[in-house]
Design a protein around this ligand. Sequence first.
Ligand SMILES: [Zn+2]
Length: 82
Amino acid sequence: MKPISMESYIKKHSQSNPHSNPESIRKALKEAVKSKKNGETCSTCGSTIWALGSAFAGKECFTCITGDTDSSDDYEIREVCW
Ligand SMILES: [Zn+2]
């Protein structure tokens, strides 16, 4: 995955979703990053969660959220991008 800072992602997301609320995105992202740091795992398959996706879709891994196994073109918040 490609690392991105939380603020850059919020900016990016707000540009493509003009009606979204940056404050609630920030809150959801922080929560998801914290969950990943705490070692929470995907509620479906038990893999490490995808913090960025989990902020919007619930605590799941990249594959369960997107149905895709190739995450090389997708972002993850820098501090939990491992
Ligand atoms: Zn999963």
